[in-house]
Design a protein around this ligand. Structure first.
Ligand SMILES: Nc1ncnc2c1ncn2[C@@H]1O[C@H](COP(=O)(O)OP(=O)(O)OP(=O)(O)O)[C@@H](O)[C@H]1O
Ligand code: SF4
Ligand SMILES: [Mg+2]
Length: 320
């Protein structure tokens, strides 16, 4: 990466204690993230793909400061702390992420209200809410309405306005369109792309939907069992996947015409348990190319012959 990163993660690990014994001590741990390291430059959109349970939402929670990693380091270059200005999130389902008892202007300005320790001027907050509403395509005169008075797409616009309110450097989008009607999805994606250009935002876009990632992202990271198995320029990774898992994931992607099917997930294959991590390559039990060499742990290795970054965690991966 040539420019200074706005965010860098170093060996982030998250383990959840589960299955407590009679003393309340955990008998097992879910290994949700197993050493995530990456850097993100200002203005980029990094896509994160991988099947259900691979750790995408856990990563989102770490990023916005809802979850303290068990191990590892996260640095925001702006010096702002995550969750308070530095980073905001838009969740999958605006139905459950917006407080039904609050009028829209309070929902939108809540991050500013929280950051200012509740010492804010009501008129100024209403004014800010009106401006942000207009920017996301909600009529400013609707700010006294409640979430149930809006459609799903409009509610997601309100969630986006709220994410913008604290003027974050980075917005994490966790499946931002997958709860919406197909017809509305493109509108929301276009709005996000437009806001990104006008505000120089950095996006981390989590999605099952590879066509959404292809449309929105300049870089993509593929996750498997809490690790990044492939990362690089989006066109490069999606057109010339180097890791056997990415190849499998892309082969099972529905065509653009049938994107209703959100699951880019190979069927009939069980994910290995994340309670007892496999030795060697985490993917070896499902990999069509597995051999005895795969019993060794695999590291991300640079495979691009060009200047763009492209790395894969497989000894077979070679320059394309
Ligand atoms: N609080 C928790 N306690 C125990 N296990 C958890 C907890 N939160 C998540 N997990 C487990 O951690 C793993 C990663 O979960 P996560 O929600 O990050 O996956 P995901 O990639 O977002 O999946 P999806 O695509 O279904 O949203 C899963 O095995 C999940 O069951
Ligand atoms: S290291 Fe081996 S098992 Fe793992 S992805 Fe590569 S070929 Fe498959
Ligand atoms: Mg999730």
């Amino acid at each position: 990466m040539t420019t200074m990163p706005v965010l860098s993660l170093k060996d982030i690990q998250v383990r959840f204690p589960v299955n407590p014994d009679w003393r309340g001590r955990p008998r097992q741990h879910v290994h949700a993230l197993n050493g995530i390291s990456l850097e993100i430059a200002k203005g980029e959109t990094l896509g994160i793909v991988g099947e259900s349970g691979c750790g995408k939402s856990t990563m989102a929670q770490v990023l916005i400061g809802l979850l303290q990693p068990t191990q590892g380091e996260m640095t925001l270059s702006s010096g702002k702390s995550n969750g308070k200005g530095g980073m905001q999130i838009v969740f999958q389902d605006p139905q459950s992420s917006l407080n039904p008892r609050l009028p829209v202007w309070k929902i939108i300005t809540e991050p500013v209200f929280a950051a200012a320790n509740r010492k804010v001027d009501k008129a100024a907050m209403r004014e800010l809410a009106q401006q942000l509403a207009a920017q996301v395509g909600i009529r400013p005169e609707y700010i006294d309405r409640f979430p149930h008075e809006f459609s799903g797409g409009q509610r997601q616009r309100i969630a986006i306005a709220r994410a913008l309110a604290a003027e974050p450097d980075i917005i994490v989008l966790d499946e931002p369109t997958s709860a919406l009607d197909i017809s509305v999805q493109a509108q929301i994606l276009n709005l996000l792309a437009e806001l990104q250009r006008s505000r120089q935002l950095t996006f981390i876009l989590i999605s099952h939907n590879v066509s959404v990632v292809r449309h929105m992202c300049n870089r993509v990271a593929v996750m498997y069992l809490g690790q990044i198995v492939e990362i690089g320029d989006a066109a490069q990774v999606l057109e010339h996947p180097a890791h056997p898992y990415t190849q499998l994931l892309l082969a099972s992607v529905p065509t653009l015409e049938s994107v209703q099917d959100e699951s880019a997930v190979p069927e009939n294959v069980e994910l290995p348990s994340n309670r007892v991590l496999p030795t060697g390559c985490y993917f070896k039990d499902r990999c069509p190319s597995a051999s005895s060499a795969c019993l060794q742990p695999q590291v991300l290795k640079q495979i691009s012959t060009q200047s763009q970054e492209h790395e894969a965690r497989c000894h077979l991966a070679h320059p394309d």
